[in-house]
Design a protein around this ligand. Structure first.
Ligand code: 4AD
Ligand code: MG
Length: 462
């Protein structure tokens, strides 16, 4: 007999004489003549109730040893449930324990702190919360592809190992096979990276953007979706050293078009989660963040606000707040400023654009004022920045000047300059941090709890 998933059981429209279920015991309650076992297989939020008659031959030897966490196989009948809150239940004809779990199983039915659950990241997917988080993560990964594929964007696999620092922030993890205690040396006392594996200094990528630009200037609309790495020593709830980023790149598109696509994309993901992960979101709304569902609806209904960096600095100055990091024109916005704009001032997602040139990477298009660039950051309540993007500098002469200001070698970036030498076009793109988007959709407050195995400074367990 073929296995039926619990998700399929909940979608059943008629009783069945024979059904095979496999999963893990969440709870077992023993009455006089029966035991009630809640079986969960992770395919959906709700488990299914299994009724095991005390007359079953292995009742005392096996069923009474099916403790929380044990894996089981049940054959029986699918019948309409007598009890409240469920449509179907399964009356067992046979019940087998495949793998026992004793009282040391860490996920007993009581509340656990998120910190504790991080220490058992190998077992936490079996909990209600993390089952829900990772179902939403899977669904939204699918929705990312759907969104772009339906709009004729092509998926490009940009390299994970690279020799360029796209963001210019120096937050790169080195990739090397040189012996750290005896590296080959040049005559001037520096390390000879020509003898390294790739014959030059190489790194894990911080962004696929530069390579995505290559493809956008050939295939028009493209996107990447892959892991990115930043050796940023930030100990916050929204920074990870390894995270997933979605980066669309659009030829013949200016910053307005870029901001509009970002808004449509974020709304698409929220709508998709509401449609396809309703039970999981309901759980988050009850147990993680009471305001979540109202906030998601509110975000879907209203257009995102837009505000220039210069206006944002004025708003922050007039706010009457005392900031931990005082801010003036030309300074980077900190999380407290971003959150004030989205949560208190606009009370809605807001896209801040036209940032000071000095704050941003070399590739952004310089505005006519010479002081600002066509950058945009999308800030959302509860998190701050979830998207960073820009219109790219397509003018060869201005790009060369930008590169000189950022002390970048034209020889290293010869291929990037070629895109401006041959058939250059206005183009734009952005990067959405997938984990930050998941935090926004689930209400989960720490990035460590929306990624299967978090990599943060000092931690690479599992
Ligand atoms: O703003 P960022 O650095 O932009 C870029 O990398 C551009 N190359 C994107 C582009 O235009 N194609 O990063 C984009 C997004 C941020 O808005 C944030 O959501 C996420 O990536 N992000 C991080 N997420 C988790 N942990 C970190 N350390 C992150 N750094 C950036
Ligand atoms: Mg950014």
């Amino acid at each position: 007999m073929q296995r039926t998933l619990v998700k399929e059981v909940h979608e059943a429209t008629a009783p069945r004489d024979a059904i095979l279920l496999q999963g893990w015991v969440r709870t077992r309650r023993d009455a006089k003549a029966f035991s009630f076992i809640e079986l969960n297989d992770g395919t959906c939020f709700k488990g299914i109730q299994v009724i095991a008659d005390a007359k079953l031959p292995n009742y005392a030897t096996e069923i009474l040893r099916a403790h929380t966490g044990a894996s089981i196989e049940v054959r029986g009948k699918l019948v309409a449930s007598q009890g409240q809150g469920q449509k179907w239940e399964v009356v067992a004809d046979s019940f087998t324990v495949l793998g026992e779990a004793d009282a040391t199983y860490p996920l007993q039915k009581k509340g656990h702190t998120l910190e504790f659950l991080r220490e058992i990241a190998h077992l936490r997917p079996r909990s209600n919360l993390f089952g829900a988080v990772f179902r939403v993560r899977s669904r939204l990964a699918y929705a990312v592809h759907q969104f772009f594929q339906e709009r004729n964007f092509l998926y490009v696999h940009t390299p994970i190992i690279t020799a360029s620092d796209c963001e210019g922030a120096g937050e790169l993890f080195r990739v090397t096979t040189l012996d750290p205690s005896h590296p080959p040396m040049n005559e001037d006392g520096t390390i000879d990276f020509k003898q390294d594996f790739f014959a030059k200094k190489s790194y894990l990528t911080v962004s696929g953007q530069l390579e995505a630009e290559i493809f956008a200037t050939a295939l028009s609309n493209v996107y990447t979706f892959g892991p990115t790495f930043r050796a940023e020593n930030s100990h916050t709830s929204r920074h990870a050293s390894e995270f997933w980023m979605i980066e669309p790149e659009i030829a013949f598109c200016d910053l307005d078009g870029d901001m509009a696509l970002a808004e449509e994309f974020v709304k698409h993901l929220i709508r998709d989660a509401k449609t396809h992960c309703a039970a999981d979101l309901e759980f988050f709304g009850k147990f993680v963040d009471k305001d979540l569902l109202a906030r998601l609806d509110f975000v879907l209904e209203r257009p995102f606000q837009r505000c220039s960096y210069t206006e944002a600095i004025e708003i922050l100055g007039k706010s009457g707040k005392t900031w931990e990091h005082p801010i003036a024109w030309g300074d980077n916005m900190q999380s407290e400023h971003e959150r004030y704009l989205a949560e208190e001032h606009f009370k809605c997602p807001v896209t801040v654009y036209n940032y000071p040139r000095t704050l941003k990477p070399f590739y952004m298009r310089v505005n006519d004022d010479g002081k600002t660039v066509r950058a945009m950051d999308l800030l959302v309540p509860g998190i701050g920045e979830i998207i960073g993007g820009s219109q790219r500098e397509e003018r060869l002469d201005v790009l060369r000047e930008n590169m000189a200001q950022h002390h970048l070698s034209e020889k290293e970036y010869w291929w990037y300059l070629d895109l401006r030498r041959y058939g250059t076009v206005p183009h734009s793109g952005f990067g959405l941090g997938f984990e930050r988007m998941l935090m926004f959709v689930t209400g989960v407050a720490n990035i460590r709890d929306v990624i299967p195995f978090a990599r943060t400074p000092g931690t690479a367990e599992f």
